[in-house]
Design a binder for this molecule. Structure first.
Ligand code: PRP
Ligand code: MN
Ligand code: MG
Length: 179
């Protein structure tokens, strides 16, 4: 796996330090509030579990999984909910956790979808933010790192479902992407 890596963009130590920082910020911001942390499978599973452990206030952990329809998905942002939250969010503070915000279409869908359930607040935490690719404006309230428009893998981010278990954010060798 490591032999497929061209270069490391963000090291494990940098990621660790940033997650500690984000966890402290979230803990301060939501102190005394009823917080539900929602990781978006599969990509966010790794970041979300690290971030959740960096949160030092009482909070609930849950996951959603959504998929895009067909081939046009990434551009149309048509999504289908494969795993949903099955309880009320009325009056609760919801933090959506993503590995990356790219076009913003996934977050836009999720915010529209979850805001119908009357949460007291609906915020977004993302390990990576790629603003240069945005198709719809979305706010990332808790952002780990801004990344340039490279195809990155690791810490949950995949290329054809592989490389999610790399502990750094990496760029693969061109021949891997081309194969
Ligand atoms: C990736 C990533 C985000 C989304 C971001 O998920 O994990 O959820 O795309 O892209 P966007 O801002 O353009 O909507 P993907 O659909 O690849 O599924 P996965 O998490 O299971 O890998
Ligand atoms: Mn995802
Ligand atoms: Mg993916």
């Amino acid at each position: 796996m490591q032999q497929d890596v061209e270069r490391v963009l963000i090291s494990e130590a940098e990621i660790k330090a940033k997650i500690a920082e984000l966890g402290a910020q979230i803990s301060a911001d939501f102190a005394g509030k009823d917080l539900v942390v929602v990781g978006i499978l599969k990509g966010a599973a790794l970041f979300c579990s690290d971030l959740f452990r960096a949160i030092t206030i009482p909070a609930e952990l849950d996951f959603m999984r959504i998929s895009s329809y067909g081939a046009a998905t990434k551009s149309t942002g048509v999504h289908r909910v494969l795993l949903d939250l099955d309880y009320t969010l009325e009056g609760r503070h919801v933090l959506i956790v993503e590995d990356i915000v790219d076009t913003g279409l996934t977050i836009k869908f999720l915010k529209d979808y979850l805001s119908q359930r009357g949460p007291a607040s609906l915020k977004v935490a993302a390990l990576l933010d790629k603003p240069s690719r945005r198709k719809v404006p979305v706010t990332v309230d808790y952002r780990g790192f801004e990344v340039p428009d490279f195809f990155v893998v690791g810490m949950g981010l995949d290329f054809r479902e592989k490389y999610r278990n790399l502990r750094e954010i990496c760029i693969l060798k061109p021949e891997i992407y081309e194969s």
